[in-house]
Ligand binder design. Structure first.
Ligand code: SF4
Ligand code: SF4
Length: 127
């Protein structure tokens, strides 16, 4: 069994991914590549592509619902790290369910986490 997020990616293509500008400034300790962000107000930037009518993060690779991954996984913003896939740690996630539903994907269940490869989360998400 592969990690469910690797067969999903919906939350990277459903929400605006906004965060404090300092996360994209190396001199502030930020890790997010600034060229992948755009300013939305004096305090925040967003991942490019996520402010569109149909959001799709510029860092999302692959196809939603089939095979997806984050091209900046180790450098992704805090809001992405805060998204917990439903039932990965024994709790539901309305954010995960909502994004999946937008793509016609059923909500994850506890059974989705049973298997030898159910390891690290891969595609956390958005604001
Ligand atoms: S957190 Fe949920 S919506 Fe986001 S990629 Fe994982 S399974 Fe899909
Ligand atoms: S996890 Fe990666 S692909 Fe998904 S929204 Fe965040 S930066 Fe974009």
């Amino acid at each position: 069994m592969s990690h469910p997020c690797l067969r999903c990616g919906a939350c990277c293509a459903h929400f605006r991914v906004a965060f404090h500008w300092s996360e994209a400034e190396a001199f502030m300790g930020g890790t997010v590549p600034p060229e992948l962000t755009e300013r939305i107000d004096p305090h925040r930037v967003a991942m490019r592509g996520t402010q569109a009518r149909q959001p799709h993060c510029v860092a999302l690779q692959g196809a939603v619902g089939t095979a997806a991954s984050c091209s900046i996984y180790a450098q992704r913003p805090s809001v992405c790290r805060e998204v917990i896939p439903a039932w990965e740690f024994g709790a539901p996630s309305a954010q995960c369910d909502k994004a999946r539903a937008a793509y016609g994907l059923a909500p994850l269940t506890p059974e989705d986490w049973i298997g030898p490869d159910a390891g690290e989360p891969v595609l956390p998400q958005s604001a």
